[in-house]
Design a protein around this ligand. Structure first.
Ligand SMILES: [Fe+2]
Ligand SMILES: [Fe+2]
Length: 413
């Protein structure tokens, strides 16, 4: 028996063990010969490899091409720097580091992080005055990101009303052709891995669920706003990448925990760093000072924000979502992604905490943080995750990220 990567599978090979999707649902039982349709399903689900009995010809899996040792060493050095704030001896971090090393050495996501450091250091030369009550000032100055399109509020109503029907939901979505097109692309991608093509929103709602699809639609509608936000300091494309990847990982981890609200976790992951947008746009000098301070003092950007603003971007993001009257569970997931143990729903917050950490480790996009945020060991315990989940989660994330990259070019819906 041996594992064979999907691209090397041949029809007629026999499965040596059950193959399951991320939710633990059986895709193909052991002992079954593999047909072309099975290979297609494995690809749709982003299954990286499957265990097979020896092939009839006795062919063995060709060795993966070895990564050049100089490249591996260079990647390791960069990662050691990126991981300097978190305890590498923790088994979860050890595994995340190993996965991140493979990704970094493959060159999939070149290292990126915020504005050039000298600019941040120069700003830190003129220390900004700490704020007494930053959140209060934010409310008083009535700072709002671009106005949310009315469709978000309509979707929110569908989500909050237990009596909402699939028809009502489909009607709301159909009002926006671009949202409809994006949703159908997601529904037909490996994100769901449905066996047949879905052409109508009403069918998508029936298959996926009213509340689930509304939550997903709300997340991508809000995300589309990010592109309209000008910022001289923040690369919005990288910010979108970080957000999308965090949404994907949050949902995969939730599926791993067999949680039912996986779409809500996707949306929470998408929006988790919303508060940082506010600081980059409305308080550029202050956030630059925070970045300089974080780099000099060897602390996370969140900790530096807390020193200066008296709160961090999680709290600011929660304030925005509160002003928009979006679901409280979203508010809490965003608010507590750096302190999951304090959250009313510690499991959801812990999964977003781990997702953010993993995405920072993999270097997919950036929200301004140069280091992998420290892992909260209590949150890890509470999550009930095991380190061996990361190999599959990383493979599926890379796969889904590629299939959902059209969301990075979205126009406002
Ligand atoms: Fe964050
Ligand atoms: Fe983040």
């Amino acid at each position: 028996m041996g594992s064979v990567r999907i691209r090397n599978l041949k029809t007629g090979m026999v499965l040596a063990d059950d193959v399951k999707d991320i939710k633990g649902r059986l895709l193909l039982p052991k002992g079954r010969p593999i047909g072309p349709e099975h290979i297609r399903i494995f690809k749709i689900w982003g299954i990286p490899q499957v265990p097979v009995l020896e092939s009839p010809q006795g062919e063995s899996e060709p060795e993966a091409p070895a990564i050049d040792s100089t490249r591996l060493e260079a990647a390791r050095k960069k990662l050691e720097e990126r991981f300097r704030l978190t305890d590498r001896r923790h088994p979860a971090i050890e595994e995340i580091f190993a996965q991140a090393l493979q990704v970094a050495a493959s060159g999939a996501f070149p290292a990126v992080a915020g504005p050039p450091l000298p600019e941040a250091q120069a700003a830190a030369e003129q220390p900004a005055q700490p704020y007494d009550d930053f959140l209060k000032k934010l409310i008083e100055r009535n700072i709002l990101l671009p106005e949310i399109p009315s469709i978000v509020f309509e979707l929110n109503e569908v989500i909050s009303n237990p009596l909402s029907t699939a028809d009502q939901m489909a009607q709301v979505i159909n009002k926006s052709p671009s949202l409809t097109a994006q949703l159908l692309r997601i529904v037909n991608s490996s994100f769901y891995g449905l066996p047949a093509r879905v052409e109508r929103v009403s069918l998508a709602v029936t298959l996926i669920g009213t509340r689930e699809l509304s939550t997903l639609a709300m997340g991508i509608s809000i995300m589309s706003l990010f592109r309209k936000i000008p910022s001289r300091l923040l690369n919005m494309q990288l910010f979108l990448q970080h957000s999308l990847a965090c949404g994907i990982v949050s949902r995969l981890l939730a599926a791993n925990k067999t949680m039912r609200q996986t779409e809500q976790m996707f949306t929470s992951g998408l929006l988790h760093d919303l508060g940082r947008l506010v600081t980059f746009i409305y308080f550029p000098n202050e956030i630059l000072a925070c970045m300089g301070r974080a780099a000099r003092a060897g602390m996370s950007l969140s900790a530096a924000e807390k020193n200066l603003f008296g709160c961090h971007h999680g709290q600011i993001g929660m304030q925005m979502l509160h002003q928009w009257r979006l679901p409280v569970s979203l508010e809490h997931n965003v608010r507590y992604h750096h302190e999951p143990a304090e959250a009313p729903d510690p499991l959801s917050a812990a999964l977003i905490h781990v997702a953010d950490l993993l995405v920072n480790a993999l270097g997919i996009g950036s929200s301004g943080e140069r280091c992998v945020p420290p892992l909260d060991p209590q949150a890890w315990e509470a999550s009930g995750l095991t380190a061996d989940c990361f190999e599959t989660v990383v493979q599926q994330t890379l796969h889904q990220f590629k299939t959902l990259d059209f969301l990075l070019q979205v126009k406002a819906v």
